[in-house]
Design a protein around this ligand. Structure first.
Ligand code: ATP
Ligand code: MG
Length: 561
């Protein structure tokens, strides 16, 4: 597991681009982000986005958003819309440079005919299984297809009839004519086109012949004049084919550069698996706050800036590694610590009656919205004779070093008075603690202790009057093991964390939170960061816990701060 050092600001890709600009190979750089619209973007895509758009920003170039929509069976408009929203949310702007591989279908088809004319491609009638069998292995050379030496005229005729819809799916393919003995399997006459009678979400039924990834991708890069085509490491072995195709077609030749993809602990990142989790109802949708998708993280309250910081911090390298989820969570905490106003909320309320506080009276305390940033201002927090505290801030028989409330003990209510627990009221039948009777020391308001007495515990609270009832969703990691797909013998779904979502229906929040807008984030003092859910209802807001506070107990319980 790798804990990355802070980014040094440069990386091997920048070094390469610097050289290309210095040598005059390029005057300006053009990168691209090429998602296949077959799912929502995840945090791995964020790494690629930050890299490609980041380079364009750094060098004053531009970054294209290109939808790699060559598979009509798995692709949908919903995904295109979601991808665009996520890229924008992350803070990137592609301007007018929105492209679709499907817009190049005619051009790509022209390239296919050109290859045939040069004797560099042929129509092959072998089945998919036969092609696999003929391909050979890493240790054995492949065998040439019996259709490899068809004439140019015959190949052109067949390809045109394939396009015209004369043949069934799977009956024929177009293959590059390269080298069946190449040590690189990708060069053993790879398939360039397949027949697929399917309606495409953009081109409708205009085509029944669709280009394979390797053919569409590099040629789209070339058409757009991409200077540096940056992809993940598993495409390293495809680079010779990328280069071969550009050379064979004698078209503009971008440079493919590979970098290590992002892997994160306690989650899965393949879109196929994420789609399974959605379709099988194991999560509430692509934007479920437990998902590693950008829409899930947004709904959970992760700020876009925290994700950009994370991508910067993990850096760009050439060797595969797994980043610990806590690195991302730390970025979220750092960002929210700076930007989230503080508030008071009680997740599991226990009623407290202050017996010596004048009944029916109330006061408004002025409290800071941020402990370190005066610019956040102050707000009014009501205090009265009936309050709620957190259930686990009281113990009837506390162990040593428990500095919170217990019978006969004192505790500080944050921003308010010191109270002492005088009596515990229980349900006579169940024995459950129903209420605490406490007395307060009027001389200790506003954090004052005139007699200098030491009260170690400070707890959060909410006044009963005008408290806002809320639903709180506590999220934990989606999987209970660091690498859910490590065990190839068993299904990754077996490692889903059954406790990844806990819903608390009785939380009470301070009155100012009644009108908090969806998406806004707060630190609930002592508890963590919480974000108003997109599906919140007026009158009874729903908050998602974004992330817990680090070392919250150690910091807050030990001493007054
Ligand atoms: P999947 O295999 O899950 O379908 P993909 O890589 O095929 O993912 P694309 O939509 O093709 O998904 O990806 C768009 C871009 O994002 C590609 O350039 C790809 O290299 C990059 N990308 C995808 N996953 C990661 C990752 N985990 N880390 C870094 N970049 C990634
Ligand atoms: Mg892909």
């Amino acid at each position: 597991m790798t804990i990355p050092a802070p980014s040094a600001g440069t990386n091997f890709i920048r070094t390469l681009i610097d050289q290309d600009l210095a040598s005059g190979k390029h005057q300006a750089i053009i990168t691209r982000f090429p998602p296949e619209p077959n799912g929502y973007l995840h945090i791995g895509h964020a790494k690629s986005l930050c890299l490609n758009f980041g380079l364009a920003l750094h060098y004053g170039g531009c970054c294209h958003l290109r939808f790699d929509d060559t598979n009509p069976v798995k692709e949908e408009q919903e995904y295109i819309d979601a991808i665009k929203a996520d890229v924008r949310w992350l803070g990137f702007d592609w301007g007018t440079h929105e492209y679709y591989a499907s817009d190049y279908f005619e051009k790509l088809y022209g390239f296919a005919e050109r290859l045939i004319e040069k004797g560099l491609a042929y129509v092959c009638d072998l089945s998919a299984d036969q092609i696999r069998e003929y391909r050979g292995t890493l240790t054995e050379p492949g065998r040439e297809s019996p259709y490899r030496n068809r004439t140019v005229a015959e190949n052109l005729d067949l390809l045109r009839r394939m396009r015209a819809g004369e043949f069934a799916d799977g009956s024929r393919v177009l293959r590059a004519r390269i080298d069946m003995t190449s040590p690189n399997l990708n060069l053993r006459d790879p398939v360039l086109y397949r027949i697929l009678h399917a309606t495409h979400h953009r081109t409708g039924d205009a085509w029944c012949l669709y280009p394979m990834y390797d053919f569409a991708h590099g040629q789209s890069d070339s058409i757009e004049g991409i200077t540096h085509s940056i992809c993940t490491l598993e495409f390293e072995a495809h680079r010779p084919l990328y280069d071969w195709l550009c050379d064979a077609l004698a078209i503009y030749h971008p440079q493919q550069i590979e970098f290590a993809r992002l892997n994160l602990t306690y989650t899965v990142m393949s879109k196929r698996r994420l789609l399974e989790l959605v379709n099988e109802g194991r999560v509430a949708g692509w934007d479920d706050p437990r998902m590693p998708t950008l829409s899930g993280m947004r709904r959970r309250g992760y700020p876009a800036a925290a994700i950009r910081t994370f991508c910067d911090r993990i850096g760009v390298g050439k060797s595969d590694s797994v980043i610990d989820m806590s690195v991302l969570e730390d970025c979220v905490r750092e960002e929210l610590d700076r930007t989230a106003p503080r508030a008071m909320g009680v997740l599991r309320p226990l009623k407290v009656v202050i017996t010596n506080y004048p009944a029916g009276e109330a006061e408004q305390l002025t409290v800071p919205n941020h402990p370190k940033e005066p610019a956040f201002g102050t707000r009014m927090l009501p205090f009265g004779s009936e309050l709620y505290i957190e259930r686990d801030d009281f113990m009837e028989n506390p162990p040593g070093k428990y500095f919170r409330l217990a019978p006969g003990r004192e505790v500080r209510l944050r921003y308010a008075y010191i109270i002492r627990c005088d009596e515990v009221i229980k349900d006579p039948a169940s024995g459950e603690i129903k209420e605490l009777r406490c007395s307060y020391d009027p001389a200790t308001g506003g954090g004052e202790t005139p007699d200098g007495r030491k009260v170690k515990g400070i707890i959060h609270w909410v006044a009963a009057a005008n408290a806002v009832p809320a639903e709180i969703r506590l999220y934990d990691r989606l999987f209970s093991v660091a690498n859910p797909t490590a065990d190839k013998a068993s299904d990754y779904r077996g490692t889903l964390n059954p406790e990844s979502l806990e819903i608390l229906g009785e939380a009470l929040l301070e009155p100012t939170l009644a009108a908090a807008a969806p998406g806004s984030c707060f630190q609930f003092e002592r508890l963590g960061y919480f974000c108003v859910d997109a599906g919140t209802a007026p009158g009874r807001p729903r908050f998602n816990r974004t992330v817990t506070l680090r070392d919250s107990w150690a910091k807050m319980v030990g001493a007054e701060s």
